[in-house]
Design a binder for this molecule. Structure first.
Ligand code: NAP
Length: 260
C-alpha cells in the first residue's frame, strides 16, 4: 500500500513542486490549501501522471481549529500520514507601526500555530507506527531579525528553532524533522507580501520553486535537521552566524529598505 504525504500550501509555489515530487516518488497525497479549484486541478494532474491517490482538503489553516478539522477529516477517511509537509505560509512587507494587524495575526496563526498544531496532532501516529518524516518550510529569514518584515522573520525563526528542537527530541524514534530554509524563490510569495518588484525577489536572482522543492525533498529523505539550498546562501549564513548581531540587523534593514 502506498504511503501518504500531507502537504499544506500544495496549490502553488514550493508546496506545489514538493507535492509533484512526492507523487512522482510513489506517495499518495493529501493536498491542503484554501483554493479548492487549484487543488482539484492538481488532483487531476497527479492521478493521471503518477496514478497517485489524492485527497483534497480546502482549508484556511489560519482559522481557529483548522488543524484539528483537517485531522478529523483524515480520521474519518482512515488516512495515516507518513510524511507531513508544513509549507503553507506568507509574509508582509512594511514598517510594523503601519502594518495591517489582521494580516500579521493571520500570518502568526498560519506560519506558527497551524504548523505546530498539525505536528502535535500527527506526530503521535507516526511514533506509534515507528516512523515518519516532517518537513517544515522555514527560510533564510529564520537566522536573523528582519526589519520591515519583522513579524515574518520572527515566525520563521520560530519554525527553525521548533524544528531543530524536535529533530533532537525525536532522535532514535524513526521520525525525522527537517527545516527547509530557502532564499528568495520565484513563487506567489512576493505578491502576497506586497514586495512584488522588490530587488531581492527579482526573477534573475530568485531560485526556482522546483529546485528548492528538490533540495527540501532530498534533505527530508536523508533526515537532515536543517536544509539551506544553494552555496551562496550557505556562505551568507556563515557570515550571519559569525558577525555581531547588531551589524547583521543593520545590514538586513539596508537590504530591505532598498527593496521598497
Ligand atoms: N518564495 C520565497 O521567496 C520564500 C523564501 C523562503 C521561505 N518561503 C516559504 O515558503 C513557503 C511556501 O511559500 P511560496 O513561496 O511557495 O508562496 P506561494 O506561492 O504564495 O504559496 C503559498 C501556498 O500556501 C497556501 N496558503 C496561503 N495561505 C493559506 C492559508 N491561510 N491556509 C492554507 N493554505 C494557505 C497557498 O494556497 P491558497 O492561497 O489557495 O490558500 C499556496 O498554496 C512559505 O512558508 C514561505 O514563507 C518562501
Amino acid at each position: 500500500m502506498a504511503k501518504t504525504a500531507l502537504v499544506t500550501g500544495a496549490s502553488g509555489g514550493i508546496g506545489l513542486e514538493l507535492t509533484r515530487i512526492l507523487a512522482r516518488n510513489g506517495y499518495d497525497i493529501v493536498a491542503v490549501a484554501r483554493g479548492a479549484e487549484r487543488l482539484e486541478v492538481l488532483k487531476g494532474e497527479l492521478e493521471s501522471l503518477y496514478g497517485a491517490g489524492v485527497t483534497v482538503i480546502a482549508s484556511d489553516l489560519s482559522a481557529d481549529g483548522a488543524a484539528r478539522d483537517v485531522c478529523d477529516i483524515l480520521a474519518e477517511k482512515g488516512i495515516d500520514v507518513d510524511i507531513l509537509v508544513n509549507n503553507a505560509g506568507f509574509g508582509d512587507y512594511g514598517p510594523f507601526a503601519e502594518c495591517d494587524w489582521d494580516k500579521q495575526d493571520r500570518m502568526i496563526r498560519l506560519n506558527v500555530l497551524a504548523l505546530s498544531h498539525l505536528t502535535r496532532l500527527l506526530l503521535p501516529g507516526m511514533l506509534s507506527r515507528g516512523g515518519g518524516r516532517i518537513l517544515n518550510t522555514a527560510s533564510v529569514a529564520s537566522f536573523e531579525p528582519g526589519p520591515l518584515m519583522s513579524v515574518y522573520y520572527a515566525t520563521k525563526a520560530y519554525v527553525l528553532s521548533f524544528s531543530e528542537a524536535l529533530a533532537e527530541e525525536l532522535k532514535g524514534t524513526g521520525v525525522t524533522v527537517t527545516a527547509l530554509c530557502p532564499g528568495p524563490t520565484d513563487t506567489g510569495f512576493a505578491r502576497t507580501a506586497n514586495a512584488d518588484g522588490a530587488n531581492v525577489f527579482k526573477k534573475s536572482t530568485s531560485s526556482d520553486a522546483r529546485t528548492v522543492a528538490y533540495c527540501g525533498y532530498r534533505s527530508m529523505m536523508r533526515g537532515k535537521a536543517v536544509a539551506v539550498c544553494g552555496v551562496s546562501f550557505k556562505i551568507v549564513l556563515f557570515f550571519v552566524k559569525i558577525l555581531p548581531r547588531s551589524l547583521v540587523r543593520r545590514a538586513v534593514m539596508s537590504i530591505q529598505k532598498r527593496s521598497a
